[in-house]
Design a protein around this ligand. Structure first.
Ligand code: UD1
Length: 385
């Protein structure tokens, strides 16, 4: 089994360039299926999820080459329409190809993603949105079998603001005949990047950056290039790291405007944060951290992906912090692992109540998912023997 060994105790000093956003890259890779041709994506993070999505594109007939932080993609011969279970079950974002395949081919066979380490993650809104556009959907042996001849523009309101469903339905809507109005679309920067990218491909989406998008369907799209936006979750994780260890770190190639609620909470915890157009400097010079309360919410609220990292910070903050999960209410596997390091946390429904302790103590812990693992690494940076 893979493991990381951390020896805590050092302040962090220096400069870290932030990677391109994982959650922006994955839907753009799906969008490259919409129009045959050549795409160049830059500022792409080197991650397993990006490789998994690249492999899915290859299975669908595309060529994908990774050169440093660029992906060169050729979807000229991406004519297959089946996304297999073996791949989709390893990464939920693979389900995004459903909307793109429907948009380009009018048919798709995509495995349902199945379970997740932090509880149910339904896809009903993805399916309802596609059905509203005239797609016929059947379930066959765990696969969604979709056909649409043709997709037709419609008005659809997402009952819950969903990043995944917004991306999936938007990719189908750009090819639907006539006008589509998508209401209560997610405002996360990754969705905005997708909408802007689709427009560069020739789509006609208006209202980008607001809750309601109006889309005039087009018969043809063409390839476009894209540079991925900075990863706001990676940025927030490093902010926590400095909060844990003390020191001063300048985060470059990032966008402070994408982290309003995160910077606010970090300041409440006692960190000194300065920002420029594309950098954030984080400093903590001794002194106790202060307790803070967090409720995860849709953008621009506090991101669910930073709930676990900020819980690591709260374990050392003087007083009682309350961390409430509203997007995924079961996303708390890290709580029991933090307790093994000496953290004092009790659950109160979908809230974790964290009472700060003066120090954490090193111990073996188990990582369950990406952000829970980041939280444990952060704790390991300061855990004592
Ligand atoms: C969520 C996060 C996203 C994060 C990702 C991975 C939000 C709003 N989204 O995206 O920022 O990067 O996890 O950690 O914070 N839902 C339904 N039916 C659906 C789809 C979603 O009920 O068909 C519900 C979900 O259960 C959840 C909420 O809607 O409570 C938001 O889900 P969604 O944004 O789609 O989740 P992800 O795309 O996984």
């Amino acid at each position: 089994m893979d493991s990381l060994i951390l020896r805590g105790g050092n302040p962090l000093e220096g400069e870290i360039p932030i990677s391109g956003s994982k959650n922006a890259t994955l839907p753009l890779l799906a969008a490259a299926l919409l129009a045959p041709g050549f795409y160049r994506f830059s500022n792409v993070p080197k991650l397993k999820d990006v490789r998994t999505m690249s492999n899915l594109l290859r299975i669908l007939g595309a060529k994908v080459d990774e050169v440093d932080h660029e992906l060169l993609i050729d979807t000229s011969h991406a004519t297959h329409v089946e996304a297999p279970y073996e791949l989709v079950k390893t990464m939920r974002a693979s389900f995004y190809v459903l909307g793109a395949l429907l948009g380009r081919h009018g048919e798709a066979r995509v495995s349902l993603p199945g379970g997740c380490a932090w509880g149910p993650r339904p896809v009903d809104l993805h399916l309802k949105g596609l059905e509203a556009l005239g797609a016929k959907l059947d379930l066959d042996a765990g696969y969604v079998v979709a056909s649409a001849l043709p997709l037709r523009g419609a008005t659809f309101e997402f009952g819950i603001s969903s990043v995944g469903a917004s991306c999936n339905v938007l990719m189908a809507a750009v090819r639907a005949e006539g006008t589509t109005v998508l209401k209560n679309i997610a405002l996360e920067p990754e969705v905005t990047q997708l909408a802007n990218f689709l427009n560069r491909m020739g789509a006609k989406i208006s209202g980008i950056g607001t809750r309601d998008l109006t889309i005039q369907g087009v018969a043809h799209l063409q390839p476009a290039d894209a540079a991925m936006i900075p990863d706001r979750i990676e940025t927030g994780s490093y902010i926590c790291a400095v909060g844990m260890t003390t020191g001063k770190v300048r985060l470059t190639n990032t966008d402070p405007h994408e982290l309003p609620s995160v910077i606010d909470k970090a300041r409440q915890a006692g960190l000194t944060i300065e920002t420029g157009a594309d950098w954030i400097s984080v400093e903590r010079r001794g002194g106790a951290l202060s307790a803070f309360d967090i409720t995860t919410d849709t953008y621009p609220g506090f991101p669910t992906d930073l709930q676990a990292p900020f819980m690591a910070l709260a374990t050392l903050a003087e007083g009682q912090s309350r961390i409430t999960a509203t997007i995924y209410t079961d996303r708390f596997t890290h709580v029991a692992e933090l307790a093994r390091l000496g953290a004092q946390i009790h659950m109160d429904g979908n809230s974790a109540v964290v009472t700060g302790v003066p120090k954490l103590t090193g111990a073996p812990v188990m990582s369950t998912d990406l952000r829970a693992s980041v939280c444990l690494v952060l704790a390991g940076l300061v855990a004592q023997r």
